[in-house]
Design a protein around this ligand. Structure first.
Ligand code: ZN
Ligand code: ZN
Length: 500
């Protein structure tokens, strides 16, 4: 037996339901915000990431899947499975000249798998999914606030509770120089109290000392000078602009001066959406979305000098957080936690064909027509390909959570009427079937369409509750006496469409 590669996972059943739900909401919010979707390749030249994230970054130095792009010994540029999406998005923006009048696109959205060889742990996968957006060529703080609002609104609509927007400005090169000196001075006599990584970062990237998890409770870290006290006029105005717009948009946020973002190209706005499970105060908070402004990145990758601002959302963490929240909610409501992967499947109709050998060809032909017609009408239909007992076929219908079972058995063929059974209420109704007109070699006959229309009306029309033609439980089905074929009158009154 083969197993998954360590750090990778399958997303299926209930998980896929949560995954897909999140994807749909994010796509919808991107559409509403005027974003153009872009499908980026999974492979990029490794140099793209060394250039954007820096060779010293963990992403590039430790976590990237890099390999040769050739089977021969010929030396080629190494390629990498994308570890993040911003650099590829910027690469695409430049390469496709989206900054020009002719091909102008300013707002792009992308989604998909990213790959990092991280230490596998709960909620972290080596193939993980991000939803990202980038807005180019605007320095307006309005763009930053709109992105934050979009991320917050989408996650709120998804249903996740306990989400907080944490906002900071990390200034520009000018104000940062002064601030970094202030940080070095502050930590100068306390270096020993910091972790090994921070001691190494002290000189080269002192701002990273602030978001170190190991030193989060270190009093020197907590009391470190704040970047917001060192912003230059322009950066200060921009930061005020973002805050004002967020207030106007009604998006709650708190300023957290310890957010610095890991990558060098960020400037001014840096933000995170942090999730803290409401049902479990002991559970650690996790960052589910991170973003910021990166003026200068486009230029450094060979494009024009245009600004950029964007975010990337960790879809895996968000969906797992909501699954956890829902599970907890179910527990509190004392509901039985059944296997959700089962209850997910809900077929609109299940076509059962309990048939004798004589009727099989005709019956299955009718069943095939109906399946095809109903699917064309947009319904989810499962057709049983066997002619086993009705009991076993109804069991299968329940396994698919079918709302209706359409029975085409020997009795139905004899009486030239289908039986549609509401699986929840047990109510049943007949729909006449004109076998003379049924051309069972051609599944596209007019008759079939009309017939399916009747069934579609029945399923979508809400007339099922009014069905008077109630038949005893299906366990009695085999007993012809209980099986009242001729009592169609009430049904005809209820829905004349069926017979037109
Ligand atoms: Zn500045
Ligand atoms: Zn540290």
């Amino acid at each position: 037996m083969f197993t998954r590669v360590k750090g990778f996972r399958d997303i299926y059943g209930i998980s896929y339901h949560y995954f897909n739900g999140l994807m749909s909401i994010l796509d919808e919010h991107a559409r509403r915000g005027g974003f153009t979707h872009i499908e980026l390749p999974m492979l990029e030249k490794a140099g793209l990431f060394s250039k954007s994230a820096g060779n010293e970054s963990d992403i590039v130095s430790k976590e990237m899947y890099v390999f040769s792009n050739t089977a021969s010994n010929k030396k080629t540029e190494p390629i990498a499975l994308r570890p993040e999406g911003t650099a590829p998005a910027v690469r695409a923006y430049i390469e496709n000249k989206m900054y020009t009048q002719q091909y102008r696109i300013d707002k792009i959205a992308y989604a998909g798998a990213m790959f990092r060889r991280e230490r596998p742990q709960r909620g972290r996968y080596r193939q993980f999914y991000q939803y990202g957006v980038e807005v180019f060529a605007t320095k307006e703080p309005h763009a930053d606030a709109e992105l934050i609002t979009m991320a917050y609104d989408a996650i709120t609509e998804y249903g996740l509770k306990g989400v907080e927007v944490c906002l900071n400005s990390i200034g520009c090169k000018d104000c940062r120089r002064e601030y970094e000196d202030a940080l070095r001075n502050h930590f100068a006599n306390h270096k020993d109290s910091l972790c090994q990584d921070c001691q190494e970062r002290y000189h080269s990237r002192p701002m990273r000392l602030l978001d170190c998890k190991k030193d989060a409770q270190n009093t020197h870290t907590i009391n470190a000078p704040k970047i917001t006290d060192y912003l230059c006029n322009e950066c200060g105005e921009h930061f005020d602009g973002v805050k004002n717009w967020l207030n106007t948009m009604g998006t709650p946020f708190t300023v957290d001066t310890r957010i610095v973002r890991g990558l060098d190209y960020y400037m001014r706005t840096a933000f995170e959406l942090v999730h803290t499970p409401e049902h479990n105060n002991d559970a650690p908070s996790s960052v589910i979305c991170g973003g910021g402004r990166y003026n200068g990145l486009v230029k450094s990758l060979g494009g024009p000098d245009v600004e950029g601002v964007g975010f990337a959302m960790g879809m895996d963490r968000i969906m797992e957080a909501l699954m956890e929240q829902d599970k907890n909610h179910d527990d509190q409501n004392d509901q039985t936690n059944e296997d959700h992967s089962q209850t997910l499947l809900t077929a609109d109709a299940y076509i059962a064909t309990p048939l004798n050998t004589n009727n099989q060809t005709l019956g299955q032909s009718i069943a095939t027509s109906i399946t095809k017609g109903l699917r064309r009408a947009g319904l989810c239909v499962i057709m049983n390909p066997t002619c086993s007992s009705l009991k076993s076929q109804l069991k299968a219908a329940n396994r698919y959570n079918a709302r209706f079972t359409i029975i085409i058995g020997d009795n139905e063929i004899a009486e030239e009427a289908l039986l549609v059974r509401d699986m929840a209420s047990g109510e049943q109704v007949h729909i006449p079937l004109n076998l003379d007109e049924h051309n069972h070699t051609n599944t596209n006959t007019h008759t079939d369409s009309e017939l399916c229309e009747g069934i579609v009306d029945l399923i979508f029309g809400g007339d099922v509750e009014g069905m008077a033609d109630v038949i005893p439980d299906y366990t009695d089905y085999d007993n012809d006496d209980d099986y009242d074929y001729d009592n169609d009158d009430d049904y005809d009154d209820d829905d004349t469409n069926i017979n037109k």
